[in-house]
Ligand binder design. Structure first.
Ligand code: GLU
Length: 385
């Protein structure tokens, strides 16, 4: 994933898009895409581009002015990306997100599914905050943290923040000659945060403080993050050939971070009973299919975390259900190819995909949904259609 800020995209003097520079960035992205890497771009620049077209005076804008500027600028930005990416035979997709899309569970899951589908279809999503509708209190306001949340949503393994500075310094290098460059950050400590406060950069709404906040989100999601200068042409190619930047190292991989989060769910919404065959499949690293399900307990929606109970009632795994309890009980025991005919829509093949499933260690005793007489597998089968 790459995030590019307004200061790089828009010429401060003319208020126009730095088109020739942008073309070199897009060329770099196309190169990654051709190599088979999944690419997501978070692009700022809408407000900076739009204000010139509306003839707004320099200086701070009122909220409704910046929203109007975003409306005007975003369409120009989207147009430029469409032209540049489609010249390289790649489909571009515009995704405008608000803070709620990353903070509210169902919207988060929905946005994640859309991104997954776009990437699977080999499109390059170009993302910005939906500035025209987001109100002041519920705005990200900066694309650094937005990009980090998208990286988490997409289980990205690397996020590059292209900036007007080549990384993190112990102090502002323009003002303090003793400022030292930091190549690698293993942990985002309060000390690192304090450096960010001293080393402010950038004309956009970001600055070093929001970049460090982004780093905290990214590394916790298992994503590497780097702050690099975007001033030169072909900024990503330069980075690959060793240009200076600051790396923030994640503690784990995106998949491990996601599984940790699933395993740590305090209260699974419900439970799914499985048969011995499914239990063997899960231990073999496979997904949970409807065929191996013998019952459901409690109410859950698709996207919620559920417990998986072995035939003896012990909680053996946790995972994110791809179907609600009522849909799951209609398709249980059936083959995945029958799902569409039974439910009338085409959902996922798996009831719980293996990437969304964690096998629990033995010291994990079942807590909620401990099978009781009325919830024994025998009674659950009555839920079959
Ligand atoms: N979403 C804003 C825009 O496109 C930019 C936010 C930022 O500067 O990070 O103009």
């Amino acid at each position: 994933m790459v995030k590019v800020g307004s200061a790089l995209l828009v010429d401060a003097r003319t208020g126009r898009l730095n088109r020739s520079w942008l073309k070199t960035l897009v060329d770099d992205l196309l190169r990654l895409h051709r190599r088979g890497q999944q690419v997501i771009l978070v692009s700022s620049g809408a407000i900076a581009l739009g204000r010139r077209h509306l003839g707004l005076a320099p200086g701070a804008l009122r909220l409704e002015e910046s929203q109007a500027a975003a409306a005007v600028g975003q369409i120009r930005l989207a147009h430029a990306y469409k032209e540049l990416l489609e010249a390289g035979d790649v489909t571009v997709a515009q995704v405008l997100l608000t803070l709620e899309d990353s903070e509210q569970r169902t919207r988060y899951l929905n946005a994640r599914a859309t991104l997954e589908a776009l990437l699977a279809l080999k499109a390059i999503p170009v993302i910005n905050e939906n500035d025209t509708v987001a109100t002041a209190e519920i705005r990200y306001g900066d694309n650094d943290r937005l990009a980090a949340r998208v990286a988490q949503m997409a289980s990205a393994d690397c996020l590059v923040l292209l900036s007007d500075i080549d990384g993190l310094y112990t102090a502002d290098p323009h003002r303090d000659p003793r400022a030292q460059f930091i190549e690698r950050v293993m942990r985002v400590t309060p000390e690192i945060e304090a450096m960010a406060g001293r080393a402010n950069s950038e004309v956009g709404s970001g600055g070093m403080v929001t970049k460090i906040a982004a780093a905290r989100i990214a590394v916790n999601a298992g994503c590497h993050m780097c702050i690099a200068s975007g001033h030169q042409r072909h900024p990503l190619r330069r980075l690959e050939s060793g240009a200076r930047c600051t790396w923030f190292m994640p503690a784990s991989t995106p998949l491990a971070a996601r599984k940790q989060w699933i395993a740590g769910t305090l209260r699974p919404a419900g439970a799914i009973n499985i048969d011995a065959g499914a239990l063997r499949a899960l231990h073999g690293g496979k997904s949970l299919l409807a065929a191996g399900v013998t019952g459901t307990l409690g109410r859950f929606e698709s996207g919620e975390t559920v417990s998986v109970l072995a035939p003896d009632g012990v909680e053996v795994a946790r995972g994110i259900a791809a179907y609600s309890d009522s849909d799951a009980s209609r398709i249980m025991g059936r083959r995945s190819s029958e799902i569409e005919a039974i439910l009338g829509f085409r959902g996922r093949e798996e009831l719980i995909h293996r990437d969304d499933l964690v096998i629990l260690q033995h010291d994990h005793r079942p807590q909620e949904h401990r099978p009781t007489a009325h919830a024994a597998p025998g009674s659950v089968t009555e839920m079959k259609p």
